[in-house]
Design a protein around this ligand. Structure first.
Ligand code: CP
Length: 310
C-alpha cells in the first residue's frame, strides 16, 4: 500500500505533492462511503483518537469526530474550557495523561503557532494539527484544494486568490503551500495592513484591488476577518473593510467569467461576503464542509496505517 512520507500532519509545508495526491485518492473512496446508506467502514476498530481543542471550533471539531466515527475508531473529546488546564496543567502533562489511557492519535487545535509540532516531538502518538494559532490549518487547505479539484477537474494551472486577513490566517498559509505544491498560481488580496511583509518570500502575487484580483482568478477564497487575533486596528471599521474587500453579487456578476467562491467558515455575512453570494450557485462553501469529512478520514486512515499495532 502507498504511504505518506510523514508520521504526523503538523503542516502542509512538510508534505510532498505525492502525499497530497495520495490523500485525495483515498478521500475519493471515503467520499463514496459517506454517501452510502451505511456510512461506516471497520478500518480503525483498534485505534483510539483523542480530539484536544484548546480553541473554539464548530466545523473542524465535528468533522474530525465524524471522520473518526465513520472509520470505527474509539473517540475521546477534550475541551480546554472544562479541563484541568484551567488549574495550571501543562500541555505535555495533559497529553501524556490522556496517552496513558492508551490513545494512539491526537488531533489538536491550539492558539500557539507550532504547538502541534512541539507535541509531535514529545509524545508517543501520531499528531494531527487542527489549527495552531496563526500558523497552519493543514486539513482545511487539503479540503479546500480537494473541493477545487472536484469543481474544476484539477488544481494544476488554476488561478486562486485568497482575500482578506492574510496576516492572521492559518488557512491562508496552508492554502498557499498546498495550492503551489499542486501547481496552482496563488494571489493574495487585502488591505496593506493585513498582508504580511514576508509574503513575497512565499512566491505569491499580491494585489490590493479586489476587482482586479477577481478579474484574474478562477477561484476566490474569501477569508474571515479574525478580530479575536487583532490587538490593534488594521482598518478604520468593518463597514469600510466591507466596502473595499467585501464580495457582493453585483461585483460577481460584472466579472468576465464565472468564478468559484470559497470560504472556510465561519462566515461574517455582510462583511467579507454578502448572503446572496454565500448562498449562490457559484459558492461551494457547503461542499467544502462535506469534503472535510472525507479528507479527514483519508488523513486519519493513512496516518493510522503507519502506527505499529500491538
Ligand atoms: N474552518 C474552520 O476551521 O472552522 P472552525 O473554526 O469552526 O473549526
Amino acid at each position: 500500500m502507498d504511504s505518506l512520507s510523514v508520521d504526523h500532519l503538523t503542516g502542509i509545508k512538510h508534505l510532498t505533492e505525492n502525499d497530497i495526491q495520495l490523500i485525495f485518492k483515498t478521500a475519493d473512496s471515503f467520499k463514496e462511503v459517506i454517501n452510502r446508506s451505511i456510512k461506516k467502514v471497520p478500518s480503525l476498530r483498534d485505534i483510539t483518537i483523542a480530539n484536544l481543542f484548546f480553541e473554539n471550533s464548530t466545523r473542524t471539531r465535528l468533522s474530525f469526530e465524524l471522520a473518526e466515527k465513520r472509520l470505527s475508531a474509539d473517540v475521546v473529546n477534550f475541551s480546554a474550557a472544562s479541563s484541568s488546564v484551567k488549574k495550571g496543567e501543562t500541555l505535555i502533562d495533559t497529553v501524556n495523561n490522556i496517552l496513558s489511557m492508551k490513545v494512539d492519535m491526537v488531533v489538536m487545535r491550539h492558539p500557539n503557532p507550532g504547538a502541534a509540532k512541539f507535541l509531535s516531538e514529545r509524545v508517543d502518538a501520531s499528531v494531527i494539527n487542527a489549527g495552531d494559532g496563526t500558523h497552519e490549518h493543514p486539513t482545511q487547505a487539503l479540503l479546500d484544494a480537494f473541493s477545487i479539484r472536484e469543481k474544476l477537474g484539477e488544481v494544476n494551472g488554476k488561478k486562486v486568490v485568497i482575500v482578506g486577513d492574510i496576516l492572521h490566517s492559518r488557512v491562508a498559509l496552508s492554502n498557499i503551500y498546498c495550492l503551489q505544491k499542486l501547481g496552482a498560481e496563488v494571489m493574495v488580496c487585502g488591505p496593506t495592513t493585513l498582508i504580511p511583509k514576508y509574503i513575497h518570500e512565499l512566491g505569491v502575487k499580491v494585489e490590493y484591488n479586489l476587482k482586479k484580483a477577481l478579474e484574474w482568478c478562477d477561484v476566490a477564497n474569501m477569508l474571515r476577518i479574525q478580530l479575536e487575533r487583532q490587538d490593534i486596528k488594521y482598518f478604520p471599521s468593518l463597514r469600510e473593510y466591507s466596502m473595499q474587500y467585501g464580495l457582493t453579487k453585483k461585483i460577481l456578476d460584472q466579472l468576465p467569467k464565472k468564478i468559484v467562491v470559497m470560504h472556510p467558515g465561519p462566515i461574517n455575512r455582510g462583511v467579507e461576503i454578502t448572503s446572496d453570494v454565500a448562498d449562490s450557485d457559484q459558492a461551494i462553501i457547503l461542499d467544502q464542509v462535506e469534503n472535510g469529512v472525507a479528507v479527514r478520514m483519508a488523513v486519519i486512515y493513512l496516518l493510522a496505517s503507519k502506527i505499529k499495532r500491538q
